[in-house]
Structure formats: structure tokens, C-alpha cells
Write a protein of this length. Sequence first.
Length: 106
Amino acid sequence: MRSNARRLDRGKRLEPGLTLSFEDPADFLEVITPARVRLLQEIDRKAVAIFALAVALARDPSAVRRDVALLESKHLVRTRKVSNPGHGTRTLVERAAASIELSASV
């Protein structure tokens, strides 16, 4: 917050951010796993196809799809369908905000 206030004082723009807080740390740990953190890091600043994510993360595409669905339900990522020339459509995944802050309170 302090760094954001300083940026605003200097007349600079803030990048859109997202803060997600959990009352129960158990809920935090249920949603934010090491695999999901790696997924969020992989889509930093660019939209990536689910299959490409699976390859980059060396994970099964169905597991990546499940993680993306859960992260989308928590509004951390967005998905969109785009045409794949000659091969139907593919799903792209992108972050919901440029920065994501996650917190849990005990």
C-alpha cells in the first residue's frame, strides 16, 4: 500500500492488481498449491493455451484444466476461446490482473 501511495504521489499510474484474502489458512492452502503458483507464474503478462501450459509445466492437460477452472472460480485467471486455424478452437488462459496478492490470517 505504501509503495502504491508513493507512486500515486509522483503522478505515476498503478497497474491493476488483485488481492485475495482467506480467513482460514486451510482454505488458502487448499486453493494455492505449488503447482498452481507455478501455473500463475507461467502466465505472467501473456495469455497461454492450456496445452502449452501443460507442456511447459510437465503436467497432464486435464490436471492443468482442473487447476485453471479452480483459479478462474476464485477470479485469479480468465479464459477465452480463440480459433485455432484449421483445428477448431483452443482455450487461452491469462491472469485476471497484472499483480496478484494472496494472504491468509491466523
